[in-house]
Each structure stands twice: as C-alpha cells, then as structure tokens.
Design a protein around this ligand. Structure first.
Ligand code: P6P
Length: 340
C-alpha cells in the first residue's frame, strides 16, 4: 500500500534545527532519544491487557500513591535511556523522591523533568494515559558535570521544550520548542511518528469544562460560583458548556487543546496536601502551560499568578491549575479575583 510521504518527527526536528544555524543539534538529539523511550512505553502500554504488567508493584512513590507496574516500567525506561543520551545533566521524575543523576561522562547541557505515566489509576480500566516532559537548559552553560537541583528548579518561561505522549486510541506525541505546537501520530506498523496536527491552536472559547465535581464541597466559593455560571442555560452565550473529565490530565488537556476547553484543578480543602492544589508544577503544570501559551491559550493558578512565572521551590511542588481557552481562563480569573 502506498503510504503518503508524511513528515516524520525526526525530519520535523531537523528542519526546525536547520532554521537555527547556531543550533548544536543537542536538543534534537535529546528529543530523538526521548521519542525512542516513548515508543518503548507505547508498545508496553498497548500490551498491558495481555502481558503481566497490569496491577500494583507493591511500592508507593513520594506522592504516597501506589506505584503501578507500568509506572515503574515507564519511569525506568526514560531514566535509563536519558541517563546515557549525553544531552542531559540532571533529571526529576514524579516517581523519584530526589534528583536523578546521569551517567558519569555522559553529562549534557539540558535538564529533564517528567511524569513517566500520568493517569496511572486509569491503566486497569483501559482509559487514556500519558507521559509528560519538560526540558530546560542548565543554568550555566560554562558548567560541566552533574546538574544540580538549581538547574531543575527553573521557571516555566525558561523551558527549551515541553510536550507529552498520549497513549489513547492512537499514540500521539505533541510538543513545542517555542515555535508552535505540533502533533505527531504513531504508525505502529512502521514504528514512526508522522506529522498529523501541524501548528495546533486552541479555540479561543471552550466547548468543554473539565473538573472533578466530587470535590465541590471542598472548593473556594468563587470556583463554585463559576461552575454554576457555566452550567446556566444561555444559548446566546454558548452556555451550558459540556462536562468532560477523564481523570488523566494528559487526556483532558489534549481534548481541550484540540476542541476548545478549560481544565480546572483548583486548591481544595479535602486533605492537607491539596491546600495548594494537587498537580505538580515542574512536570505537569509548567509543561502544559508552555504548550497552551504557544497554542494561544492561558494557564493560571487562580490567585493572580501565571503558571509560567512561578519560581519553583521544590521538585514536587504542587500548584492549583486552571488551563485552556483564553476567554474562559480569563473569566475564571475574574470570578476568583472578585471581578465578577
Ligand atoms: P482526581 C492523575 O492521577 C492526576 O495526577 C492527573 O492526571 C489528573 O488530572 C488528576 O490526577 C485527577 O485527580 O483527584 O480528580 O482523581
């Protein structure tokens, strides 16, 4: 069968590198290695129902969450491959308490923060899950050797690249190096990602809202007011919005990015570690905020801060996250700051 001569992700990366004569090719090399890890994880995820990888590994991570076997596989796959890729000097993972060193003599000029398998509670029910990554340059290009926690604790605005892989009805890679957001779909028969969604722009107004309404009793009153508002019937104003909540940030974000939507995980008083939100800054909120701003949307905390401007204080720091179509994120901010 004659396949369309699609643009592979490798060709896309090299084409964008050629646009920058000063580029050394290291970021391209890092992304290419990360893509090999993603393909490896995708193959395992797609086998999860058949092979003995479903179920708990019996361990718990720093978040106090039970670690699923696929979590562990995804974490080890990325950690081992990137530790020897030669482009990274330090890493942090949702599954690891501390900074992850790279192999001696393989230190590079970038750092990598990642959530190896986001939405792992959805593994056993065959709902979409994903991998999230965020890449920074080390603070001092004059430094060599292992990176430090300071190299990892950098603002979202300083990211060199960010993206995710969604293991859904098809496996897709969506990422940006600061020149737009581009989506690639894996053709498993040839094992290659092909450009399928060039220059993704999020619709300015949301069609969907995504929030776990089981937490309603624990929200700030202004969040409750906003959710009630978008449920009111006002056809002229495009209300009510449709509710969609998969419970995997990657999947909820991806649907909203393509169709227009707003995702909210505000702080709530359900338990102590959610008083500043549930989602983590370095490898969840920050990479998605980078992508959404590249795609014409917004990402805020709801207390007056843009996600990308937050100076990280710890590797697993949590933040409230309100992200998606600009019109709707602006409106939530108005509700939360008492302007509506
Ligand atoms: P809740 C998955 O565990 C996750 O970290 C995100 O992917 C998702 O958006 C969120 O938690 C779901 O949390 O409290 O609604 O189950």
């Amino acid at each position: 069968m004659n396949r369309p001569l699609g643009v592979t992700v490798s060709r896309h990366i090299l084409d964008s590198q050629r646009m920058h004569p000063e580029a050394t090719g290291e970021l391209s090399g890092l992304l290419s290695e990360l893509i090999v890890a993603a393909k490896t994880i995708s193959a395992e995820v797609n086998m999860a129902g058949l092979a003995d990888v479903i179920g708990l590994s019996g361990k718990t991570n720093i978040q106090g969450e039970s670690v699923q076997k696929l979590d562990e596989f995804a974490n080890n796959t990325i950690k081992k491959r990137m530790a020897r890729c030669g482009y990274v000097c330090a890493m942090t993972s949702e599954e690891e308490d501390d900074i992850i060193p790279v192999a001696e003599c393989y230190e590079g000029k970038y750092t990598l923060a990642f959530d190896p398998l986001d939405g792992s509670t959805n593994i056993d029910v065959n709902a979409s899950i994903g991998t999230i990554f965020s890449i920074h340059r080390r603070r001092s290009s004059l430094t060599i050797g292992q990176g430090t926690i300071d190299d990892l604790l950098q603002k979202g605005t300083a990211q060199a690249a960010a993206g995710y892989i969604i293991y859904g009805s098809s496996t897709m890679l969506v990422f940006s190096t600061g020149e737009g957001v581009h989506g690639f779909t894996l053709d498993p028969s040839v094992g290659e990602f092909f450009l399928s969604h060039p220059n993704i722009q999020i619709p300015d107004r949301a069609k969907y809202f995504s929030i776990n309404e089981g937490n309603t009793a624990y929200w700030d009153e202004n969040i409750r007011r906003y959710i009630a508002y978008i449920k009111e019937v006002n056809k002229q104003d495009g209300r009510p919005l449709s509710g969609r909540y998969i419970g995997t940030l990657v999947a909820d974000f991806h649907r909203n990015l393509i169709s227009g939507g707003i995702f909210l995980y505000p702080k709530d008083s359900k338990d102590a570690n959610k008083l500043s939100g549930k989602l983590r800054l370095l490898y969840e909120a920050s990479p998605f905020a980078y992508l959404i701003e590249q795609a014409g949307g917004r990402a805020i905390t709801g207390d007056g801060r843009n996600i990308l401007d937050i100076e990280p204080e710890s590797l697993h720091q949590r933040v409230p996250l309100i992200i998606g179509s600009k019109y709707d994120v602006d409106m939530v901010e108005d509700f939360l700051l008492g302007r509506r």
